[in-house]
Design a protein around this ligand. Structure first.
Ligand code: ADP
Length: 264
């Protein structure tokens, strides 16, 4: 089986992605919704706030109001759009967020340690956390009855609060827990680029022990989290992680045919 994560950035061709995906069997879909969330948050007069952690990773500051909008976009608009379109293709998809059936469970962060204008700061009121448990029973229940799970953050904390978790790392954890052979992470770039502004600078392969080097030297912004998700997946026993391009006509087949960045 394989886990496929499709991002939420601009330029992703969801119709081609789903049509291509429909050719395969035995998979779990994980998705994002970042650009849509940013756009709707602006329209609602609550522009997104991004913070950078002391370790250099950026994340969305998610207060209660942001979480409500997050649910509207991720678990609502994006999830149901994907489920509806899979249903049109004859695939019996079931959309769930991490809250449903405690599907994705984790520890809520106490406070965010961030860097702002070069200064370290503690930020409170953030609803985000780290994934620790996947409800594999629920996923197996769906898969053995031929349903295709379509999953999205948020996750649920041990205190039963919705928490924002990173979609790529979430896909990685799901792949590990379900003992998937392959994790495909599709985004709006050809894969990891040595120069984020030059699409011809694609890194074709990364060995497991070289992931940290690539995080430090090439990945910027949110690409860092994709590599972190890939690292966690490989360390957890997933055989290969492919970072592929969701803008292409056949993004899933292309990834399986060796296009993109292959991490092993
Ligand atoms: P998604 O929402 O599809 O999951 P993200 O927007 O989170 O995707 O991450 C993909 C983005 O990472 C790209 O659009 C690109 O701007 C950025 N990025 C930063 N560094 C790199 C890099 N070295 N190679 C490729 N993309 C990079």
């Amino acid at each position: 089986m394989f886990v496929i994560k499709v991002g939420g950035s601009e330029g992703i061709n969801y119709n081609s992605f789903l049509q291509d995906l429909a050719k395969y069997e035995d998979y779990i879909v994980v998705h994002g919704g970042s650009s849509e969330l940013n756009a709707i948050s602006e329209k609602l007069g609550k522009p997104p706030v991004f913070v950078t952690s002391v370790s250099g990773f950026s994340s969305r500051y998610t207060d209660r109001e942001t979480m409500e909008i997050f649910n509207m976009i991720y678990a609502g608009k994006m999830n149901k759009m994907l489920v509806e379109n899979l249903q049109k293709l004859g695939i019996n998809a079931v959309g769930l967020s991490g809250i449903d059936g405690r599907l994705i469970e984790g520890k809520k962060k106490r406070a965010l340690k961030i860097v702002e204008n070069g200064k370290k700061k503690i930020l409170r009121g953030d609803l985000s956390g780290m994934i620790e448990k996947i409800n594999t029973n629920l996923l197996k229940l769906l898969l053995t009855n031929s349903y295709v799970p379509v999953l999205t953050p948020p996750a649920i904390s041990y205190e039963s609060e919705a928490i924002n978790v990173d979609g790529d790392r979430c896909a990685g954890q799901i792949a590990v827990s379900m003992k998937a052979d392959t994790l495909i992470i599709l985004s709006n770039v050809p894969g990891l680029l040595k120069d984020a502004n030059d699409e011809s600078s694609l890194v074709k392969t990364i060995k497991a022990d070289q992931i940290d080097y690539h995080i430090e030297n090439y990945a910027k912004g949110r690409m860092k989290k994709k590599l972190l998700g890939a690292k966690e997946a490989i360390e957890g026993g997933v055989k290969s992680v492919i970072l592929g391009d969701a803008r292409s006509e056949s993004p899933v087949s292309n990834a399986f045919n060796g296009q993109g960045t292959i991490i092993q």
